[in-house]
Design a protein around this ligand. Sequence first.
Ligand code: FAD
Length: 479
Amino acid sequence: MAKVVIIGAGFAGQTAALYLADGLNTRKHQITMINKYDSFVYTPSLVWVGSGTMKVGKTQFPLRPVYERTGIHFIQGTATEVHPDEKYVVVERTDGSGTVQANYDYIVIATGARLDFGATPGLGPHAEGETMSICSPPHAVQAWNKLDTMIKRLHQGERLKFVIGAGFRGATCQGAAFEYLSNIHKILVKEGVRDQAELLWFSNEPKLGDFGIGGGRGSYHGKLISTEDFVHAIFEDTGVKWQIHRSVDKVEKGRIFWEDENGKHGETNFDFAMLLPGFAGPKIQYIDKDNNNITTKIADAGGFVKVDATYGLPHAELKNRPGAWPAWYQNPTYPDIFAAGIAFAPPGTVSEPHTTPNGTVIVPAVPRTGMASGIIGRVVAKNIVSLIKHGRMGHNERMSEMLTICIASMGSSLWDGLASTLVVYPVVPDRRKYPNEGGRHLSITQMDIGLSGAWMKRMLHTTFMYKLKGYPGWKIIPE
Ligand SMILES: Cc1cc2nc3c(=O)[nH]c(=O)nc-3n(C[C@H](O)[C@H](O)[C@H](O)COP(=O)(O)OP(=O)(O)OC[C@H]3O[C@@H](n4cnc5c(N)ncnc54)[C@H](O)[C@@H]3O)c2cc1C
């Protein structure tokens, strides 16, 4: 009997769990999921929760019934330690009933991002924080409550400023913030108060439309355009202003203090701000058989698990080495440890890093989106099944071989909604295979805007929730 433990029931971990249960006889082998909460959260729809167009309950489903049906053992708790020599995980149960030990032959770390508000003083919706977040269900509810108050104030004739974007010099997930901004624009138009609101895109991106993937060019209705021109046109059309290539030093009530690319310091005021925090890895400690803490051997400084990538290359070299991106998502020191989704340590950024005269490095981290996380979860699970059954691995997919689709809605309505869609292939440019300036396939990489995108975005919500419940035919629905 083999034992497989997965930490984290998000896009990566839940996909991995379903593929493991599908590939292994769960009466013969034990698959254990460890997750802090007993519900799955469909994070992309938190944008709609934060803009008041979807109830938070609609973004979640209970995990236990899925695991009972598929034969997966479930521990609700937080993994705090991994002992890779003795192959066990220490879990603090969520109900406060103490710790439990889960043994494994293979482990998948799929813990997503820890929201590191602390990296930017004053950032976040907690007691000392001044800004909103839409990164978790309670945050998204809180953001909507605040936004609703703002809309009421606009109705009373006030003029207010809304600032949306990135609150940390290395923050990623710009697509989610961009979508939130688009949704706020749409609500304000619907409410008839858009004229009284100033909307500002505030980001660490070197250019508009960078999105942490270095921007690039693609087809738009048969013409080649850049993502910069695409986003520029949307902002011009919707009256959104922007401040980019900025690192947030700190936030105080109604004021964002920043440093720009030239090292100049300044401030931007706001009435409502939703700024994404930096992402960090989980606070899991790795302990060896002699009780030494070997976390720095397994994870990078941010807490992300090191895998089969080539680390330490300067950006100029990494950008021409698509093979430096991991293929198997397997830890080189302990090959029975895999990391999937946001939890794996990327070898660097895709966007161009910039160091200001003050030594501040401003660069968005590469987004490991829901789609990429799901694909990696599948690759890892299939390899573990293959290792258990045949003693070897056979599946790999680098982000430099992966397609991604980002759909940013503008409202959730299927009648008058709108969405901008960005299809990018590959996510990480491959300048050897596609020797154009951007390193991407120029006809697969596409941009569009229209009602069909809004239908797609709504459909993704329903089909992904269906797939991740492991209902009949779930495997046909691609990650
Ligand atoms: C507002 C928003 C909108 C987004 N929109 C899109 C979109 O439209 N399309 C898209 O592709 N991507 C989108 N993303 C990104 C997408 O949500 C992430 O890429 C995806 O969730 C990453 O999956 P994951 O499995 O790595 O992590 P997660 O989905 O975050 O899952 C991690 C899980 O691990 C659990 N966990 C963490 N630490 C521990 C621990 N120590 N012990 C036990 N459990 C633990 C967490 O509770 C969680 O359940 C969006 C993100 C946000 C914030």
